[in-house]
Every structure is written in C-alpha cells, then in structure tokens.
Design a protein around this ligand. Structure first.
Ligand code: GTP
Ligand code: MG
Length: 480
C-alpha cells in the first residue's frame, strides 16, 4: 500500500510502532493499530443529490481533474482520495479483499470486477490538500439508478463507513429538499451522534447559475450567498455553515486549465456587449475574424458567468484570470472553513496522544525496558520536537492566554517550511535562514534567563531547541 502519512512526525511514530512491534510481538498490535489510525488525516465525505457538483468540488479541492465529472449521472463508486505516492489506486471489495487497479489520471471504465462487489476505490495522489484531509467522493443520492443510491447510503451510513467519515461536506444544489435534510439526519444518527463524527458543513453549489443566472439582472453569486445564509440559519442543527461555491470555476482555476491563449481569446471578446456575448454562447453569433475552435473552447470553459464578467479581466492574462476565477468561486472560503474546523492543531495533538498511548502500553509490558529505550530515542528525535512545542504551548496558554510567545509557538508548529517558521520569504537564501535562526535562538535564550514564571521559562527553552534544530539543518548548506 502507498504510504499516506506525510509529516516527519507522523512517519517517525509509524517507525516507532514498527520497532515496538518487533520487540513485543503481537502483544502490542491492538495499540499500534489504533495509533496508526489516529495519525491519519480526517476523512471528509462529499455527499449530496445526483449532479449536485460533488466530483467537480473534489477536483477543485485536490487541484487535479481526477474525479470524473459529467452532465450525465457519473460517479459510480465511492472513491477515497488519499495522500500517497506514487499515484496509484486499489479496489476494496465488499468481502474485504483489496486489489490493485490501473490508475492513469483516472480510474478505468472497466474495473475488472462487477460494480456491486466493490465497497470502494482508494486513489493515492501527491496533492497538498490530501496531506490535511482524505476526501471521499460518493455517487449521488436520489439517483435514477437505485444501486448507486444504495451504494452511497451503504458507504456513508452503513456499518463501517459512517464511523469512517469524520465529517461530511453536504452539497446542496439550488434550494435544499426534504431528502437533503433527512440524509444529514441519518448520517448524524449512524455516527452515533457523537459531536465529532456528526460534523457537517454545507456547500451551495452552482453559485454562478443562481437566481436568474449569469445573464440575469443580479449577480448570481450574491444571490447564492443570500440563499446559503438562509439555509445555514434554518438548518443550523444540521450544518455548521453553508458556503456558496461556483465549483466549475474553482475547478478550472485550481487545475490550471486556463492557458494564455484562452485569456487572449476571451479578451478578444471584450468589445461585445452582453447581448452579443450571450448570443455567442447560444451559438447564434459568429465572429468571422477569430478562430472558431478557440472560441468554442473558451465559451465552454467560461460558460455564462466567466463569459459575461471575465472578458475585461482576461486582458491582464491567464494568471489574473485564474486568480479572479478562484476568488469568485468561493473556494478559498471553503478551504479556510475546512482547515479551521477539521485540520487545526489536529496533527500535533494526535502525535502527542500517540506517544502517550504507546508509553502507557510499554509501562505494563514485560518488555518495558527495551520499549522504554525506543520511546526515549523517539522523544529525542528532532522529528518529534513538535510534541515539546505543543506541551509548552498548552501549559503557557493555561496560565497566560494572551502571551505573545503563543503566536511564535503556533508559527513554529503550523508552518511547513523553515523559512515560514522564521517569518522569511520564499526567496531568502540558506545563509539568511541560518542568520535569522541564530538571532531567534539568542532572543529565546535571553528571555529564558529572565523569565518570571516556570511556564515562560519552559516555553523559551523549548524554542531555543526549535531554532537550534533549524540552524543545524542550515549550517552545512549555508557554509557550502
Ligand atoms: N456552472 C456550473 N457547473 C457546475 C458546477 N459544479 C458542477 N458543474 C457541472 O455540473 C455537471 C455535474 O457535475 P459533477 O461534479 O459531475 O456532479 P456530481 O454531483 O459529482 O454528479 P454524480 O456523481 O453523477 O452524482 C458537470 O458538467 C460540471 O461541470 C458549478 O458550480 N457551476
Ligand atoms: Mg460525481
């Protein structure tokens, strides 16, 4: 199976589990299995009625067109998108067997087994978003094919899966229907009603076609925002928020579909008034001196909203047009909401909990001294320094909730590169990183010496090591 843990700390814990199993045999496997599972990113299931725009949203979040989308009913099996390399896929059958399946940018049309024998597919991709959460794309509810509807209910509500999905992204299309609400209620019940498992966030899709549509008198995205607020207020018991999304625009932006030539063609249509632009979309206007195939590609890509509002922006080129699509699509708002609700400090807390659980198990084991050595070595490993940062942060926050060191510790823990941890830009040289790390180290050492409380002293001592570890990483590189 492809490895799906991406953080150095997560990988270090996986190795620790391997090492402890080697020493203690099967005695510890129930603990190590639970620990391994706790390190996995939260699983978010995207559910909703057929053709609501679920797979389009999955692609927009992943930043690649991997989930098939179509105007006809399209997603046939529940598909998990997980972080992993190399890009690959496997089928998990209902009898529990797992078999590899070819993956060349998409799952094959013919899976080689009857569809009804498949529980779900798992696709491994190296996409940054999947480091934070696993996405589960599902066939539409209330579909014309009963089997698909049942497959979704079984996957999301039945036995295993309701517990496996940590939260759902519920995609409403237009106004919510009674079915939508009953499905969310069923999910909440199937997950045992526990607050964590029953989380749901709503997405109101097709925002670019709301109200009277892209060519109507009001901006459809504003109309969608109002409707999203109404649904959110009315169904606050079921969804924590409802966010309006133009998923197709988000998908085009995030997957880098817009070429410089597309921007040029769209900009070439800027002189048309809205009526003519609309006629062009409806195929009843020809523009003789422009390439018909290029126009057709652009009209299909920017259907409606982009064609009406994007033509002037297109003059600034593909990058500007992509940034505009992204902004109008609402994707950033959705990603922010997912991050704050489901990612947060989760990785560090689960790392700390994992070590605590393994230490507990080791204490009562006949192999405790050998296991204790493995644990100690792991605790001293730079990859797990983040646990010390988290513990120092929690102790400090309990006593001084507004202390400015908390922000510095958060930056150290949450940023993914050393440059960002030090507040430096991406263009900073290795030498700059080394100099800055040493400055920060000196400051932290000074504060530790003068600290007026044990919590402050400890937080600063932990930060001394944090900056020392960064300096060590850059010492050789900077002197080369
Ligand atoms: N204009 C517009 N079209 C969208 C949007 N989201 C999806 N679409 C289009 O709607 C069609 C259906 O989208 P899908 O993502 O396949 O819908 P789905 O919910 O996954 O459908 P099933 O898997 O069959 O249930 C596709 O042609 C998409 O391009 C959107 O926000 N705006
Ligand atoms: Mg789909």
């Amino acid at each position: 199976m492809a490895s799906h843990i991406s953080s150095p700390a997560g990988l270090r814990i996986m190795h620790l589990c391997d090492d402890m199993e080697r020493v203690a045999g099967t005695e510890l496997t129930h603990i190590t299995a639970a620990v391994r599972e706790s390190l996995e990113p939260p699983k978010l299931a995207i559910v909703g009625r057929v053709k609501a725009g679920k797979s389009t949203l999955v692609n927009a979040l992943i930043g690649a067109k991997v989930a098939p989308t179509n105007d006809a009913e399209c997603t046939r099996i529940v598909t998990w998108y997980r972080y992993g390399m190399p890009d690959s896929a496997e089928l998990v059958l209902r009898d529990g067997t797992v078999r590899p399946v070819q993956f060349a940018g998409a799952l094959p049309e013919d899976l080689g087994v009857p569809l009804d024998s498949v529980s779900h597919a798992v696709v491994y991709l190296q996409a940054a978003a999947l480091q934070d959460y696993t996405l589960i794309d599902t066939p539409g509810l209330s579909t014309t094919t009963r089997e698909n509807d049942e497959a979704t209910r079984r996957a999301i509500l039945g036995g295993e899966a309701a517990r496996q999905a940590d939260a759902i992204i519920y995609v409403f299309k237009k106004i919510e229907k009674a079915d939508d609400i009953s499905f969310m209620t069923a999910f909440r019940e199937a997950s045992g009603g526990s607050a964590d498992a029953a989380e749901a966030i709503g997405v109101l899709s097709n925002a670019d076609r709301f109200g009277a549509g892209a060519w109507g008198p009001r901006d459809p995205i504003s109309v969608a925002a109002e409707t999203a607020d109404q649904i959110g207020t009315e169904h606050a018991a079921h969804v924590s928020a409802v966010i309006p999304i133009a998923g197709r625009m988000g998908e085009a932006a995030r997957t880098g579909e817009v070429r410089e030539s597309d921007a040029a063609v769209l900009a070439g249509l800027a002189h048309l008034d809205d009526d003519d632009a609309r006629d062009l979309e409806d195929g009843i206007l020809d523009i003789p001196d422009m390439d018909a195939a290029a126009i057709s590609r652009v009209v299909t890509m920017f259907r409606g909203y982009g064609l009406r509002h994007g033509r002037t922006i297109a003059r600034d080129g593909a990058a500007a047009l992509t940034a505009w699509l992204l902004e109008r699509s609402g994707m950033a708002a959705l990603e922010g909401a997912l991050r704050s609700r489901y990612v947060g400090s989760h990785p560090h807390r689960s790392i700390a909990n994992a070590v605590a659980a393994l230490a507990d198990a080791a204490r009562t084991s006949p192999h405790r001294s050998a296991l204790g050595e493995l644990l100690n070595a792991a605790r001293l490993d730079p990859a797990l320094h983040v646990i010390r940062e988290l513990e120092a942060r929690e102790r400090l926050a309990a006593r001084f909730p507004d202390d400015e060191l908390l922000v510095m510790l958060d930056t150290l823990m949450q940023q993914k590169t050393d440059r960002a941890r030090l507040g430096l830009g991406r263009s900073a040289s290795d030498h700059d990183v080394l100099v800055r790390a040493r400055e920060c180290l000196g400051d932290a050492r000074g504060r530790a010496a003068l600290a007026g409380s044990p919590e402050l002293a400890e937080a600063n001592r932990v930060m001394v090591r944090s900056y020392q570890l960064i300096a060590d990483r850059y010492h050789d590189a900077a002197n080369r």
